[in-house]
Design a binder for this molecule. Sequence first.
Ligand SMILES: C[S@@+](CC[C@H](N)C(=O)[O-])C[C@H]1O[C@@H](n2cnc3c(N)ncnc32)[C@H](O)[C@@H]1O
Length: 395
Amino acid sequence: MSELHRLLTFPSRPITDAAYATELHRFLASGIPATYTLEQVAAFEQGRGAEQDDIDGSNTTPLHILTRSLPLSLTEEETDVVLKMMDILFEYGAGWNFIDYENKTIGDLLLEKGQDRNGKLYKRVVAAGVSAELLLRKINGGEIEFLEVDRDDQAQEETVSTTAAVVQPDTDRTADDSKTYLATPLEYTDDSLITKDNKDGVMMDWETEIMAVAAKTICSTGSAKEKIILNVGFGMGIIDTFIQKEKPTQHYICEAHPDVLARMKTDGWYDRPNVIILEGKWQDSLNKLLDEGDTFFDGIYYDTFSEHYQDMLDLYDVVVGLLKPEGVFSFFNGLGADRPLCYDVYREIVTIDVNNYGMNCQYANVSVNLNQDWQNVKRSYFNCNYYYHPRITFT
Ligand SMILES: C[S@@+](CC[C@H](N)C(=O)[O-])C[C@H]1O[C@@H](n2cnc3c(N)ncnc32)[C@H](O)[C@@H]1O
């Protein structure tokens, strides 16, 4: 362990500015990187070279050591010193989304140490994540390079370092890209819709409660005389079944996959008097509606598969054109949901992005039953036992 690392274990109390923040600053100003990991120290001690990164390995950074060592009984003054230390580490280039030797993010460790999600320290890490994501988007000139971390690839971690072990995606997935997915055969099981060969979970019935809440949200405006609702992505038709119970005057369903469309035919969705099916990708169907200029919705829901957050940014353009002034937009929020910290970062990013479109996002917490059996699918795509349900309206 280096001197820097030792300092971050808080060997003495109280945690004061002079003993810790000033010392930390001195170390970093002398050239020790804020990303100097325990793994690099070990590699150096074993003569493998401190600069050697193990791309598949962990990165136990100074911030991990600091959060792991946090006393449970921090005073208010000590919390402020720790916050200052975090500021210094971020200022010197510490990353927010590295994972350590126990596969934990800084956010995981803070929560384990009893820090509150709304507390200064956790919020500081989220703020660092949001800044890093938005900055990278700018640097990439709009070409956002997201890594998929959830079911439908909306939520995606950007790497903050090309060599470091950050939250990593499972890259071996049919669901990686929309074109491949739409040409991939699907299979309906008793409680899910999966890709036939890869067993990627497209939709699973543990989400039923979320879909029930979402249907209520998007059907909450409009009147008995005119309630026009749009759902993008049919999947198992769970939300569409709930929407039907709200008796919309017109219920549009946009769906692109041939196997899903075939299922919708068999199940009689094409014959329902108030249902209008838009076959094909929303990118085509909805832009056509926009061009025609005579259909506007009281509620819009978006839940697709194999799309990226960039697609959602494109969707916002369409939503602002198709939503009535009092209308409500919502979507399946799996953005970053395989890691609580990433989930919190994307919660903020969505808020910022929709604000830029003159919209406001409010979240409701829905508890999620995580006893879901993931046996029949390749990997779990939701690892939080709560769900941030978004309700987006014009401000
Ligand atoms: C997760 S499922 C939707 C589940 C649905 N919310 C429910 O309650 O059952 C995603 C659906 O979006 C469809 N989809 C994927 N990309 C699409 C696109 N670009 N346009 C329209 N539908 C798409 C998929 O074929 C799939 O049926």
